[in-house]
Design a binder for this molecule. Structure first.
Ligand code: GZL
Length: 317
């Protein structure tokens, strides 16, 4: 049991932050959705359902899969919703196409999980023009006009980065390595995504407090296991004294673990593995001793957005 406790370190930092930004935009839907859990006499027809167009990033990680499932199990007919799902395969142009498609279909709401923070003004202006509220899920966008979206549900990525540094400092102290020269490499997420921007910033802002820590290199692994492994292989070829890998999600950490083992080193011991997301497979890696910590980031946004929609409905009957 002691070993289990020792290896199973998860930082519950990723409390889901729900921010209601300018929730004045009226929802287009006027009909009350069918009462939850009760079936009308007549078969449910689309006209009674609230139609939600959902532009998802892709299926790049275990976290994303859980995030998608959370929507697909929440926005169902018995809750009064019809979900139109689009997987953009991590490409912004595909998300923009999907949003235009939703506008054409005159959906009641658009949910966007923006792959990156910039480049949304034009298409969200078209949604605003069409009177369709846009709800942001997971990552944030960087726009000057915040009337382009109604609400955002997502994680505090900067705090996640800061918590990772606090854990690493505590762990090194406990290992008696508090004053040792520590060499770090970072596998970054998709460059320009708020998860990458925030986690990188959270770590960078704290580095000056640790004069004996050196960030040897940072490179994106696109949040995927294969790219994470590829980048870690190149890091191992370039640096023979890496002490810590900071992987900005678990799937890149899994790739790094494979690369470290292939190089004849022991992950979790020769090289400390600091990760984010805390998906199930990360717990298994920690129990196996391959990973040292994973900072939690809650993927279960579906129920939170359902509450938001109901609040919007109350505010805009
Ligand atoms: C975090 C989310 C990130 C996850 C990755 O909220 O945006 O994207 O950390 C996922 O696993 O690809």
């Amino acid at each position: 049991m002691k070993r289990f406790k020792k290896v199973l370190t998860v930082l519950l930092a990723g409390v889901l932050t729900m921010s209601l930004w300018g929730c004045g935009s009226a929802s287009k839907q006027t009909a009350e959705p069918a009462a939850e859990g009760k079936q009308d006499n007549a078969a449910e027809s689309d006209k009674d359902l609230i139609v939600v167009g959902y532009a998802q990033v892709g299926a790049e990680s275990d976290w994303r899969t859980a995030n998608t499932k959370s929507f697909q199990t929440t926005f169902v007919e018995e809750n009064g919703y019809k979900l139109i799902f689009d997987d953009a395969q991590q490409k912004q142009e595909n998300q923009i196409k999907a949003i235009r498609n939703f506008i054409q279909q005159d959906v009641d709401y658009i949910v966007l999980a923006p792959v990156v923070e910039t480049g949304w003004e034009t298409v969200l202006g078209e949604a605003k023009e069409a009177g369709i509220p846009v709800i942001l899920s997971d990552r944030m966008i960087d726009v000057s006009d915040d009337s382009l979206y109604t609400c955002w549900v997502g994680g505090n990525f900067i705090k996640e980065g800061e918590d990772a540094v606090a854990w690493l400092n505590d762990y090194l102290e406990k290992q008696g390595r508090g004053d040792e020269q520590i060499n770090i490499v970072t596998l970054q997420g998709t460059i320009g995504s708020s998860a990458q921007v925030g986690r990188t910033k959270g770590v960078e802002d704290k580095m000056p407090e640790h004069k004996n820590w050196t960030m040897l290199d940072r490179q994106t692994g696109e949040f995927t296991q294969s790219k994470g492994q590829e980048v870690m292989e190149s890091f191992l070829k370039s640096y023979d004294d890496i002490d810590v890998v900071i992987a900005e999600n678990d799937n890149m950490a899994f790739g790094a673990i494979d690369a470290i083992k292939a190089a004849g080193k022991v992950p979790g011991k020769d090289i400390i593995i600091v990760s984010f997301d805390a998906v199930k497979a990360a717990f298994e890696a920690m129990i196996a001793g391959d990973m040292n910590v994973s900072v939690e980031c809650n993927p279960l946004h579906g129920p939170e957005l359902l509450k938001l929609f109901r609040n919007l409905k109350k505010e805009n009957p």
